[in-house]
Design a protein around this ligand. Structure first.
Ligand code: MCN
Ligand code: MOS
Length: 765
């Protein structure tokens, strides 16, 4: 049986491509979805972290007397009696994971650092006792943030997103007749998943560790526990069936789940550690504050000659985390000369981490704002400026695009928005006391590939089971994998059950960099086709089969019924065939790992628990998702309040497996963009280098009242360089460029260019 990809893609499948409602939706809204921390284990006890209130120095004497006297307290772990840990090198230190290990030394790196762990019979007792731990500090001066006068910046020449250079930027800048130079700053931001972090850890008598935790990557967490605790990977199981949002912060395991595992080992009982909302803000990955200086050089006709991108971002005391901003600048426009440099400022904070579209989101804010400024300087329509610099191949690698329907995105977005009716002058559109601003911006997100595994089982009753350890963090993996299996085999969607997020299932890489949909539909398709072939081999050649002397290719399976394509016999159900041939199951596991790669077991493993085999999805083509964003804001002239009134986003993400879910992803990203442009910022008390707005009341996120009508449009077409089934990356492109489109709209409304996010009313006064 062979179906070529082009045949496969010439039409949507029976299920792939359809707007099917989320398979896990009912379970989630009725409370039946079992989130990791809801697991009820016999003998479960509770751990609460005591955090450092000082940002720098040493932990002195810790007085535990009052805490230990609290009813229900079982144990308090401090540095003096905590389990020694090993470091974990699954990803380069700081790239997304902190190297900090809790309770290993007396050094204080940041306010909020775990310095003791109270374990008690209830969460309330543990919380009360944690408040009674008395800590003496040997404080040292701290660097609070990127603007701290004590802050020093250092070069990171080896950083992955720095050091990019092409052409002769210096000469090009000198020759450019038009020059735009500006500095854009963005604050520290938190991903804010609704479901807080934490873990339940349990050790068996023979030393096996099971951890239930919300995770975007159970194989990665498993590797981390194995490294940290120096136990073989086979002895670790990580379970994360549902995730209440991750947005990057749950990509790797952090100190909280590690502490739960340490405590469980110490007490020989299952331990639950649930971070409080404030502790979510003060312990785990934040997007760092960033300063981006952009210099654009162009000729009078608006042809870009050069982009110089100078990036400075915060990092922690321990690690070099780089939130590079030049990723979009490198590929967006046909510019022959480019220089991107990176500096880091070491501050007393935990190691920053990913927030949806790390690098691209803030980089596109700066680049697309700068392009807007250049358009005004040249008196060109912002879309026209972009079209004059349209890149017909990747200016970075000089490879052809696998697909780039960005022009179509500009056109479709402009059309839906009514861009042609825009008056170009700032402050030229108004209604009553409201200034109206229309802004636009574009964005790119790389399409990344890592191998994945999936198991497909056809059971005697004709139902299909799909299993992979890959995680559905909320985007719809459960749904699209059922669609993929149903199409590949020919059974109804409802007949497919999907199990995810458990290291006891076939291996998968991180649900990050928006790759899981493409990888796992590919792996499921491959496994399901193999299972179908096995089924049809039975149909054609098994002695018990009612169909005689047929080849595999001569059958059709539709709606779960098998029949000869030529109509020579009546159809039977999959279950009837299984009964006739006496089989109780057909089970197939396939990996999408190329045959020439990772042949040994150790290499295979690395593919799923490190970034080693993550890379561009095509060797011959540059493969990206593309987006164009259009925004209308209304600015109250007296008060400076900004309201986003309308948004249109047009995207090229290749083939969509489920437009309903993809649209929801895009809208979610665009809403996040409203937060970045207008609302979100971590505030720091300089005296203690401490995050003050560590809760969802003071850290302001967009709520329904802030979110207008959002229209999203797909302009993509199947792209087989991007993935096996023709889809491109979806999960992050929605946020890329949104903040710039809003900022550009605010300028159009007010004539005031705010280059410091968020754009709050005082900045507009
Ligand atoms: N999809 C599609 N067609 C495609 C590709 C994807 O229909 N060609 C749809 C599918 O419904 C799929 C979803 O889009 O489930 C997202 O797919 P993908 O782009 O592969 O992203 P991942 O599943 O790898 O999810 C990670 C991505 C990232 S990196 C962040 S950050 C982010 C995002 O997803 N965090 C999210 N979206 C999120 N959405 C929710 N609800 N919660 C988060 O934490
Ligand atoms: Mo997404 S920030 O790559 O988890």
């Amino acid at each position: 049986m062979s179906i070529t990809n082009s045949e496969q893609l010439s039409h949507n499948g029976a299920f792939l491509g359809r707007r099917i409602v989320r398979a896990d939706g009912v379970a989630k809204v009725t409370g039946r979805a079992d989130y990791a921390l809801e697991r009820d284990l016999t003998g479960l006890v509770h751990a609460v972290i005591v955090e450092s209130t000082m940002p720098s120095g040493r932990v002195g004497n810790i007085d535990l007397a009052a805490a230990l006297a609290t009813p229900g307290v079982l144990r308090i772990l401090t540095q003096s009696d905590a389990l020694p840990l090993q470091s974990c090198a699954m990803v380069p230190a700081g790239s997304v994971m902190e190297s900090f290990l809790p309770l290993q030394d007396d050094r204080i790196r940041y306010s909020g650092q775990p310095i003791a762990l109270v374990i008690a019979d209830s969460f309330d007792h543990a919380t009360e006792a944690a408040g009674r731990v008395r800590v003496e500090y040997k404080s040292e001066p701290a660097v609070a943030d990127i603007d701290d006068p004590k802050a020093k910046s250092t070069d990171v020449p080896g950083a992955p997103s720095s050091g990019a250079s092409r052409g002769d930027p210096k000469a090009a800048l000198a020759a450019a007749t038009v020059r735009m130079e500006a500095v854009y700053t963005t604050p520290r931001e938190y991903s804010c998943p609704m479901e807080p972090l934490g873990a339940i850890a349990d050790w068996s008598d023979d030393g096996n560790l099971t951890v239930w935790m919300p995770s975007q990557w159970v194989e990665g967490a498993r590797r981390a526990f194995s490294d940290w605790l120096a136990i073989p990977m086979e002895k670790v199981r990580v379970v994360s069936p549902f995730v209440g949002g991750g947005f990057g912060v749950k990509v790797t395991a952090h100190a909280d789940s590690l502490l739960a595992a340490m405590a469980a080992r110490e007490l020989r009982r299952p331990v639950k550690l649930a971070l409080s909302r404030p502790q979510n803000f003060t312990g785990n990955g934040l997007r760092p504050a960033i300063r981006q200086k952009l210099t654009l050089g162009a000729s009078d006709d608006g042809k870009l000659q050069v982009i110089v991108h100078e990036n400075t971002s915060e990092t922690s005391v321990d690690d070099d985390y780089v939130e590079g901003g030049a990723a979009t600048a490198k590929v967006m426009y046909a510019v022959p000369n480019l220089s991107a440099t990176q500096k880091l400022v070491r501050i007393n904070s935990f190691t920053p981490s990913w927030k949806r579209a790390p690098g691209e989101a803030i980089g596109a804010y700066a680049l697309e704002s700068a392009m807007d400024e250049l358009a005004y300087m040249l008196k060109l329509d912002p879309i026209e400026l972009r079209l004059r610099n349209y890149a017909s191949q990747d200016p970075d690698s000089a490879k052809p695009w696998s697909s780039r329907r960005l022009r179509e995105a500009y056109e479709a977005g402009a059309q839906a928005f009514g861009w042609a009716r825009r008056l170009p002058e700032p402050r030229s559109m108004r209604e009553g006391h409201e200034l109206i601003g229309w802004g636009m911006a574009g964005g790119a997100f790389p399409n990344v590939h890592t191998p994945g595994e999936a198991r497909v089982t056809i059971s005697a009753d004709g139902s299909v089971d799909v299993a992979s350890s890959g995680v559905d963090i909320g985007g719809g993996t459960y749904t699209i994998l059922a669609q993929a299996a149903a199409d590949a085999i020919g059974v109804p969607f409802e007949q497919v059950r999907v199990r995810l997020g458990d290291t006891s299932l076939p291996r998968a890489p991180v649900a990050g960099v928006s790759q899981i949909a493409n990888l796992l539909t590919g792996a499921v398709d491959k496994s399901a086709r193999a299972a179908r072939e096995e089924l049809l081999t039975l149909a054609s050649s098994h002695i018990g089969s009612p169909f005689k002397a047929k080849r595999v290719n001569d059958f059709t399976i539709k709606d779960g019924r098998i029949s000869p394509t030529d109509g020579s016999a009546k159809s039977i159900t999959v279950a009837e065939l299984m009964r006739a041939v006496g089989r109780d199951r057909i089970e197939v596991t396939r990996s999408t790992m190329p045959a020439d790669k990772a042949s040994s077991e150790a290499e295979q493993r690395d593919a799923y628990n490190s970034f080693k085999y993550m890379g561009p999805s095509s060797a011959t083509h540059a493969t990206y998702a593309w987006g164009a964003q259009f925004v209308e804001v209304r600015v109250d002239e007296d008060y400076g309040t900004v309201r986003v009134r309308r948004m249109v986003g047009a995207f090229d993400c290749g083939r969509l497996y489920n437009p309903r879910l993809a649209e929801s992803q895009w809208k979610g990203g665009m809403i996040m963009g409203i937060g970045e442009a207008l609302l979100e910022a971590i505030h720091i008390d300089r005296r203690y280098a401490r995050i003050t707005n560590n809760n969802l009341a003071d850290y302001v996120l967009p709520v329904n009242a802030d979110v207008p009508d959002i229209e999203v449009i797909s302009v993509g077409e199947p792209d087989l360089h991007a993935s096996a089934l023709g889809g491109k990356t979806v999960g992050e492109i929605g946020v890329v460029g949104t903040a710039a489109a809003i900022a550009n709209a605010v300028f159009h409304a007010t004539g005031k260019r705010v280059r410091d996010l968020p754009i709050t009313m005082e900045k507009l006064m």
